[in-house]
Design a protein around this ligand. Sequence first.
Ligand SMILES: *Cc1c(COP(=O)(O)O)cnc(C)c1O
Length: 382
Amino acid sequence: MAASRAASETGDPLLLTPGPLTTSKSVKAVMVHDWGSRDANFVAINVAVRKRIVEIANGGSSYSAVPMQGSGTFAVEAMLTSFVPRAGKVLVLVNGAYGHRAARICAIAGRAHVVQETPEDTPPDLAKLEAALAADKGITHVFAVHCETTSGILNPLEEIAAIVARNGRRLLVDSMSAFGALPVDAAKLKFDALAASSNKCLEGVPGLGFVICRVAALDEAKGNATTLVLDLHDQWQALEKTGQYRFTPPIHVIVSLHQAIEEFLAEGGQKGRGGRYAENCRVLVGGMKALGFLTLLPDRLQAPIIVTFRMPTDPNFRFQAFYDALKERGYVIYPGKLTVADSFRIGCIGRLDADHMRGVVAAVREILAEMKVRSLAPAEAA
Ligand SMILES: *Cc1c(COP(=O)(O)O)cnc(C)c1O
């Protein structure tokens, strides 16, 4: 049994996961009040949160942030079903579970779509994207995932955006696990909409998604939605006209996100936050490689968000026992969900710093010795 157990500011195990994440004590502490949804303070907080989100994306007056109650997927579904007209057609770039999820949303909502899939450790094929847009004039929108959290791969958003713009199509982005940590510059990146949520790199608590929308495109989106609740145009109109959500807002989550954004700005915004995560990632990957683990991705494809490690095949390495022993020491990691290789994941995001990453590597070293693991070699690639 470990002598000391790592813990967050509130004494909880550290979440080295893709979200929900470890948040600061102050982000949780602001939630101890009750507010009516028409409370003037709450309405002002709402305005500030929407404004700051647009500022983080450098959206100026051409973009508006439309929040959506629920987890991140609610925002992605709202984005796809509000922006893609019923007669539209989406090219969905898939290299992991979140791309597949977007295709499923299109299928359920009855939006025509084509999928371009690459393996989970491979970025989208840009030449193939260009060719498909040239060949099929019926494609109105392209959907891309910024950091595909399934593997932790960084997809080439700038290049994708340039191809989509050059071909006169519209871009929809799932930047859920990247927004706040990796640069998103709406002035350079031509997107109609980009979805993210409260509980990833902004380090808020879960319960609110949001979509950063190009106002001109949002204006055109009236009547597209196929559900009442996920209609971003309607939600936007209500917020602009009345300052109110159409349906009960997750008030505590929003007040907490406001505090989280204050802390984000105090840390130096995207540069500061992204810099801390990059250092976390560097320490984690360096430490784990020194122990003998292999990462799924080469460094050039690795986003500083979550790292996939190949599962060792040594019979003494049993993942559940490894997971439990880490949890015992205060570190919660994440199983893999890859189809290309057996793996597990360790996240770099949330209220964690380089010392926490050194701590998890030290704990891994101890546990491997206890388990008498001799080799960390993964299975040969099939
Ligand atoms: C976390 C995440 C989502 C949203 O997942 P929820 O469980 O609905 O919050 C969507 N896309 C990506 C890439 C994510 O990392």
